[in-house]
Design a protein around this ligand. Structure first.
Ligand SMILES: NC(=O)C1=CN([C@@H]2O[C@H](COP(=O)(O)OP(=O)(O)OC[C@H]3O[C@@H](n4cnc5c(N)ncnc54)[C@H](OP(=O)(O)O)[C@@H]3O)[C@@H](O)[C@H]2O)[C@@H](O)CC1
Ligand SMILES: Nc1ncnc2c1ncn2[C@@H]1O[C@H](COP(=O)(O)OP(=O)(O)O)[C@@H](O)[C@H]1O
Ligand SMILES: [K+]
Length: 509
């Protein structure tokens, strides 16, 4: 699904109005009625005090429509107009009159701090103050009102987006933003819903299809895509009955050092679970017995050195190489990686200490084969691209790095971002149970495995990240967040692949 900007969404509104030959107030009625239906479905007429805070633009207009329907269905509603200026939008005014026509309980005006209403913890607050039209931070008493609502602890539903949040840029420091428990957003997801610094304001997210023109939406250009089950399933390649292990990739995973052999073991296990035909590991001598015992399906080659890696065989017959987990940054390992990069021809996946080595030796970035994949967590990314002022800048700097070195960068996080030049894919699977040691190693194994199975490298990264999160989601249902181990993520990859197709076994499709 495409992520659209505020400008594109307004254009889509305008186009759809023209094409369908409806008025903008009719579109508002349609959108806000959908919101009302969602609320009604859940509340089922419950006598909960509902307090709707409306701005004076079209987001406020939505709030007035929602108020009208709720009142007509017998709910206990108080409507407030946050009267920050006299410039009321036409559609707001139309719905203001319509609301006055059906109730004597007219909207109350809020004009300063003295007119803030009482809000109880058990109230249901609807935030219809500002949507995609916000163009500057909320100030003075309007900002204070937002903080007052947040402090109330009442359940808060944001319409289209939490008030105070911009659609296409990061918030200014200390600005007032509604901390929603739930956001019902129109038509398309907005980028800020997924960025680390703003995602917490959204609460749970639900998108409402308000029926904007499909052809127009399809033609809108966007480089940013949201990846869910449907998108992931479309990337999946079925297996042929007439095939053998050589068809599913020869993988070489190089890494590990004294005390860190678990990392490569997790990567190799994940690669095998994700379908790799032949998996070999290149590790220091110390790891030989550990790996052979823990993972009999993998083959092992050892370095001459006992505790760390001092060479990596670039001439090994592999479709894809993976380097970095648990490898350390000893001078000898840096030299080995440099030598390997100067010889290797196929794209590689670089994680963890591999990325740290690149950060400390930036000239080595030039040696990365085109289409290689880097999988930094934010700390590793910072070492690679330097500090950023907000997540929009982080994304821009990552795009520059990706374009300059022709590599795919996977920024790991609660929502992992896969950056391929200008293109960005945002993952939606995964859960906080996955914030556990080694889960990044498992991700590297899955992506490497798919690269080896002849997925193109971008598809491997996108599908790999989705499957990693989906495996974690399945494992957590059995184990709970706290108990989830990285190895459990690896163990559930098969189920995650099957769930792409609603649980059907897919090997004979
Ligand atoms: N047909 C459609 O288009 C549909 C639209 N829909 C709905 O419309 C919403 C967009 O509506 P919108 O464009 O009217 O913008 P909105 O978010 O209400 O705010 C604009 C107002 O805020 C003001 N303002 C801005 N920043 C401010 C600040 N910091 N402090 C104070 N004031 C500030 C700004 O004033 P100005 O900058 O001109 O002074 C203006 O008055 C969208 O999110 C969705 O909910 C749906 O019904 C579907 C159909
Ligand atoms: N809250 C979360 N929601 C979803 N995924 C998460 C969450 N926390 C961590 N993850 C995922 O877990 C992995 C952690 O990777 P990383 O930080 O490299 O861990 P490690 O180095 O211990 O292997 C990433 O893929 C990340 O996306
Ligand atoms: K809002």
């Amino acid at each position: 699904m495409k992520i659209l900007s505020a400008k594109q969404l307004s254009e889509a509104d305008k186009y759809s109005i023209q094409k369908e030959n409806i008025t903008s107030v009719e579109l508002m009625e349609r959108a806000a009625t959908l919101v009302f239906e969602e609320i009604h479905k859940r509340l089922q007429g419950a006598p909960i005090p509902i307090k709707i805070f409306c701005g004076i633009g079209n987001n406020g207009g939505d709030g007035l429509v929602i108020a009208r329907h709720l009142i007509q269905h017998g709910y206990e509603v108080t409507t407030y107009v946050v009267n920050y200026s006299d410039k009321r939008s036409e559609d707001f005014l139309t719905n203001y009159e319509k609301l006055k026509d059906i109730t004597n309980n007219w909207p109350q005006l809020i004009k300063n701090e003295d007119s803030f209403p009482d809000i109880q913890t058990g109230d249901f607050v609807i935030d219809a103050m500002f949507g995609i039209g916000l163009n500057r931070p909320l100030e003075n008493w309007v900002g204070k009102l937002v903080e007052y609502i947040n402090a109330s602890q009442a359940f808060t539903l944001a319409i289209d987006m939490p008030s105070g949040l911009f659609t296409d840029k990061g918030p200014e420091k200390n600005s007032a933003i509604i901390e929603a428990d739930y956001t019902l957003s129109f038509q398309a997801p907005k980028l800020v819903f997924f960025l680390p610094e703003t995602m917490d304001y959204i609460g749970e997210l639900q998108l409402l299809d308000i029926g904007l023109d499909r052809e127009f939406l399809a033609k809108l250009e966007s480089d940013i895509y949201l990846i869910g089950k449907e998108e992931a399933a479309s990337l999946y390649k079925t297996r042929k009955k007439n095939s053998h292990k050589g068809d599913y990739g020869r993988v070489l995973i190089a890494g590990g050092s004294y005390g860190k052999m678990g990392s490569v073991q997790l990567t190799a296990k994940a690669a095998l679970r994700a379908g790799t035909g032949l998996c070999s590991l290149y590790i220091p001598k110390i790891g030989y017995q550990i790996i052979q015992t823990a993972l009999p399906e993998a083959m092992v080659i050892t370095d001459n050195e006992e505790d760390l890696i001092t060479s990596i065989p670039a001439d090994f017959d592999a479709d894809v190489f993976c380097f970095g987990m648990g490898a350390g940054t000893d001078r000898k390992t840096v030299t080995a990686f440099r030598q390997f990069l100067s010889e290797v021809k196929t794209p590689i996946l670089v994680d963890a200490d591999g990325i740290n080595i690149l950060s400390e030796n930036k000239d080595m970035l030039d040696l990365l084969p085109e289409g290689s994949v880097l999988t930094p967590h934010p700390g590793e990314l910072k070492r690679l691209i330097g500090e950023w002022k907000d997540n929009f800048e982080k994304l821009e700097k990552t795009r520059e790095l990706s374009e300059k070195y022709k590599v795919i960068v996977v920024i790991k996080g609660a929502h992992t971002f896969i950056v391929n030049g200008k293109e960005v894919f945002i993952n939606t699977s995964g859960n906080p149970g996955m914030a556990t040691a080694g889960s990044g190693d498992v991700l590297s194994g899955i992506i490497t495995s798919l690269m080896g199975q002849q997925y193109n490298n971008v598809a491997a990264a996108v599908l790999g990240v989705y499957l990693h999160g989906a495996s974690g989601d399945i494992a957590v249902r059995e184990l709970g967040y706290e108990s989830l181990l990285a190895g459990d993520i690896a163990d559930h990859i098969g189920r995650a692949i099957m769930e792409l197709f609603n649980g059907e076994s897919i090997d004979k499709r």
